[in-house]
Design a protein around this ligand. Structure first.
Ligand SMILES: *Cc1c(COP(=O)(O)O)cnc(C)c1O
Length: 230
């Protein structure tokens, strides 16, 4: 099956999943994670309607975003200090920030470029040692920290589910949604440029749980770009 067919089919499945849980399909961005493919494959997804792409290596983000600047490029990978200016030059949204020192560097790089960088905070909801992200109880303080940085806008939260049972996945995504609601109610009011409208949760294997629990962005790689994925 071609990438165009896979993308079209997945977007239709996503639209249907939204309607089944009473959500508008326009609420959920399908972020095509193109980290394993080249420009040609990205072009095929674009031809099928993809507008948002995710990369996890700064140099590949820069290369692909420069080649296809009309798309929205998201950074979803491990952030290293020295690569931050390159990431900020190209990213519409950075999903994977959780350290104050990195966020401070993002703010400085954005100031240099005259932009306000939109970011998400990564949260380790499941508490697995192998996962990165903020402890849920530390997110409020990080939001207050971000509120003091005029070139950063905190648009929401991101998490990765454990590779576990449906109940464990739902606990993780539901936990992020509950955290978001509590923060919007109790912490965001009064902090400038911190609104948390976005929830980035769900990948090829578990996006349906994400959609059911309030995801506004699902990050999908293999189900679009890997012909062996079923
Ligand atoms: C690779 C990656 C994805 C996409 O994973 P698939 O299983 O290929 O859909 C999503 N989020 C992050 C952070 C990733 O690194």
């Amino acid at each position: 099956m071609s990438i165009e067919t896979r993308y079209t089919r997945l977007r239709a499945d996503l639209d249907r999943a939204c309607l089944e849980c009473g959500r508008a399909p326009e609420e959920v961005t399908l972020l095509a994670v193109s980290k394993t493919v080249g420009i040609a494959e990205v072009g095929q997804a674009q031809a099928a309607g993809a507008r948002d792409f995710g990369e996890n290596r700064p140099e590949l983000l820069a290369e692909k975003a420069s080649a296809l600047p009309q798309a929205n490029w998201h950074f979803i990978g491990n952030v290293q200090s020295r690569r931050i200016p390159e990431i900020v030059s190209h990213a519409t949204l950075i999903h994977s920030l959780f350290e104050a020192r990195h966020i401070q560097k993002v703010a400085a790089a954005a100031a240099d470029l005259g932009k306000v960088q939109r970011i998400l905070l990564e949260v380790n909801v499941s508490g697995e040692a192998s996962k990165s992200g903020l402890v849920p109880g530390d997110v409020a303080d990080m939001l207050r920290f971000c509120g003091d940085l005029p070139t950063v806008e905190v648009c929401g939260l991101m998490t990765m589910a454990p590779q576990g049972t449906p109940a464990q996945i739902q606990e993780c995504f539901g936990g992020l949604a509950n955290l978001q609601q509590g923060l919007i109610r109790d912490v965001c009011p009064g902090i400038p440029r911190v609104h948390l409208h976005e929830l980035s949760m769900g990948m090829s294997e578990d996006w349906r749980y994400g959609v059911a629990l309030g995801a506004t962005i699902v990050r999908i790689g293999r189900a679009i770009f890997d012909d062996a994925f079923e």
